[in-house]
Design a protein around this ligand. Structure first.
Ligand code: AQP
Length: 338
């Protein structure tokens, strides 16, 4: 009897900076776990990164750092497909089709665009505005149906489903499948260390707002010591933390890296001020992250290994995406490419 193939997984991360603790706890850790039992495509989305200007030399460097950190976190580039987005033309080809499917009103509802564009909406790139269409293309180019992401991406995945539905409806086909998100329940959204109402972001202008996956132990300790908190002691129950977003964020991080729950962590520190808690948090973070940092540094010493790993991943990715996007183009009436 033939086995039903397991759903294909796709996820991406932008090389717009060094990955943060937010990327790690919200996405990368989950990516590593999903390798067992699934076909996974993990993509360094450099085309998404240029929605904001990137210095070319820095972009190359950040792409390689990203690849090294992903492998150091435990992504196996032999078992999975690890590649950079710009090397597989199918993404851009399908994104253009989706630009012509998506309604402007749908994009206007995207909260991430509003957050990222801020008050200066007229001055941001049009790429930033249509970014969700490229993201939809990233997934649909592989007929992937499971997307592990952080909670901040939920709305974009809903949009990707609306796009697929409209494509299927407009052309009378059942071509693009529905996508399901896989959002880790704990630590789904890690917030900035300077302002717990904003998510931790690798491109936040303040380096103090985040833990980078290549920060040294001293830097991590310093950033945690300086993390914004209030002056109240920690209470006994989560309910009592209601209006204390900084405390909730730091406890969530502690629980995630020590493998407990925020409630259990709170019991450990109830009645104490932030000083002793922050010390333990920094220790737990360093213990968790330093093996990753050290391995990434070793990998980065061999640039040709990083480049050839990504190029080989891109060839394997194109072998899946090209026929799917060829068929999408045939459906909409384009003549064959060859
Ligand atoms: N703060 C976060 N908490 C939990 N998950 C997060 N992710 C990002 N920030 C957090 C998840 O990381 C994955 C990769 O994200 P991305 O690089 O594609 O884009 P992003 O969400 O825009 O991440 P950043 O760090 O905020 O990048 P910049 O600064 O370039 O915009 C996604 O699955 C995301 O959910």
């Amino acid at each position: 009897m033939s086995k039903t193939p397991s759903p294909r997984i796709f996820s991406g991360i932008a090389p717009s900076g060094v990955p943060t603790l937010g990327n790690y706890l919200g996405a990368l850790r989950n990516w590593v776990q999903l390798q067992a039992g699934h076909d996974c495509l993990y993509c360094i989305v450099d085309q998404h990164a240029i929605t904001n200007f990137q210095d070319p030399a820095e972009l190359r460097e950040k792409t390689r750092i990203m690849a090294a950190i992903l492998i150091a976190c435990g992504i196996d580039p032999e078992k999975n497909i690890l590649f950079h987005q710009s090397a597989v033309a199918a993404h851009a080809r399908l994104a253009w089709i989706f630009n012509c499917i998506t309604r402007v009103g749908w994009l206007n509802r995207m909260t991430q665009f509003k957050d990222k564009a801020g008050k200066d909406r007229e001055a941001v790139s049009s790429g930033l505005y249509v970014y969700p269409n490229l993201m939809a293309a990233d997934v649909h180019a592989y007929h992937a149906t499971l997307v592990p992401v952080g909670d901040d991406q939920r709305q974009h995945i809903e949009l990707a489903n609306d796009i697929a539905e409209k494509f299927n409806h407009d052309y009378g086909v059942k071509f693009f499948p529905r996508i399901e998100t896989l959002i880790p329940p704990e630590a789904a959204r890690i917030m900035s260390l300077r302002d717990a109402t904003k998510k931790m972001s690798k491109s936040d202008p303040s380096d103090q707002s985040r833990i980078n996956l290549n920060d040294s132990a001293d830097t991590i300790a310093l950033k945690i010591r300086r993390a914004k908190t209030d002056s109240e002691p920690l209470p006994e129950t989560i309910a009592e933390l209601k209006d204390r977003p900084e405390a909730i964020n730091l406890l969530g991080i502690y629980a995630a890296v020590t493998g407990t729950t925020p409630a259990a962590s709170l019991m450990q520190f109830a009645g104490s001020g932030f000083g002793p808690f922050k010390e333990k948090l920094a220790e737990a973070l360093v213990a968790h992250l330093s093996p990753i940092t050290a391995q990434a540094q070793r990998l980065l010493a061999d640039q040709s290994y990083i480049d050839s790993t990504l190029q080989s991943g891109a060839r394997r990715a194109a072998a899946i995406a090209d026929p799917i996007v060829d068929e999408a183009e045939r459906i909409i009436g384009f003549l064959p490419r060859q």
